[in-house]
Design a protein around this ligand. Structure first.
Ligand code: C5P
Length: 221
C-alpha cells in the first residue's frame, strides 16, 4: 500500500512542526521533520570541521542517519551519536546552510526522505521547505503555512525563551529573518506553488491550525 503523504512547508517560526506532529498523532500517521535531517548533518559537519561544499557532500553521502517518525518519540542519530537535543541549539540553525545550501547535499537528503516516505504506513506528515514542491509534489495534500513575520518572531521567541519580551524578540528577529533570507535562495517556501493550499495562521492559534489542516486532509484524501 502506498502511504498517504501530507506535505507541509513554511518559514521559521510559523509553527509547522507542532501542527504537523499533532496532525500525525490525530491520524495515527508518521511524522518526518526534514529540517532535523539538515540540522543533524550540519551538526556533524561542524563537529568534524568540514565546511568546503565538496567535503560537505562527501560527508553527507557517507553519514549514517537514523530518524524516528514516531510523533510521540522524536529522536535522531547521526553516525551513531544521539543529536536529538543538540540540533535544537540556536547555534546549529546559524550554520545549517553549510549543508542546506549545497545542491548535491540536498539531493542526497531528499533521496533519503523519499525512502522514509515510501516505507511509511498508513501515512506520513512531512514538513520542511521543499516538500510540496520537490520532495513530494504528488502528495494529495500540500500546504504552505504562513504567518506575518511579527507573529512568527513572537512564536519562536516564546518557544526558545518562554517569553516574547522585547530583548528576546529583537534577537529572535535577527535570527529568523537572516535564516529565512538565506533559505529563500535554495527553496521556495514563501509563495504557494500550483495546487498548494496556503494556510495563513497569523490570526489563528494552534488548535485552529490543526483543525484547518485536518479539514483539508478530509477534503482531499
Ligand atoms: O525547519 P528547521 O528550522 O528545523 O530547518 C532547519 C534548516 O534546514 C532550514 O533553515 C533550512 O536551511 C534547512 N531545510 C531545508 N529544506 C527542508 C527543511 C529544512 O533546506 N526541507
Amino acid at each position: 500500500m502506498t502511504a498517504t503523504v501530507i506535505a507541509i512547508d513554511g518559514p521559521s517560526g510559523v509553527g509547522k512542526s507542532s501542527v504537523s506532529k499533532e496532525t500525525a498523532r490525530r491520524l495515527g500517521f508518521g511524522y518526518l521533520d526534514t529540517g532535523a535531517m539538515y540540522r543533524a548533518m550540519a551538526w556533524l559537519a561542524h563537529q568534524r570541521g568540514v565546511g568546503d561544499p565538496g567535503d560537505v557532500v562527501e560527508l553527507v553521502r557517507g553519514a549514517e542517519l537514523e530518524i524516528s517518525t514516531d510523533p510521540d518519540a522524536f529522536a535522531i542519530e547521526v553516525d551513531g551519536i544521539d543529536v536529538t537535543d543538540d540540533i535544537r541549539d540556536p547555534e546549529v540553525a546559524q550554520f545549517v546552510q553549510t549543508v542546506s545550501a549545497v545542491p548535491e547535499a540536498r539531493s542526497e537528503l531528499i533521496e533519503r526522505q523519499r525512502e522514509i516516505i515510501a516505507a511509511a504506513s498508513p501515512g506520513i506528515v512531512v514538513e520542511g521547505r521543499d516538500i510540496t514542491t520537490v520532495v513530494a509534489p504528488q502528495a494529495p495534500v500540500r500546504i504552505l503555512m504562513t504567518a506575518d513575520e511579527a507573529v512568527r518572531i513572537a512564536r519562536r521567541a516564546a518557544e526558545l525563551h518562554g517569553a516574547a519580551d522585547a530583548a528576546h524578540v529583537d534577537s529572535t528577529r535577527a535570527q529568523i529573518s537572516d535564516r529565512d533570507a538565506r533559505d529563500a535562495q535554495t527553496t521556495n517556501f514563501t509563495t504557494a506553488a500550483d495546487g498548494v493550499v496556503t494556510l495563513d495562521t497569523t490570526h489563528i492559534g494552534f488548535d485552529e491550525s490543526v483543525a484547518a489542516v485536518l479539514e483539508l486532509i478530509g477534503d482531499r484524501t
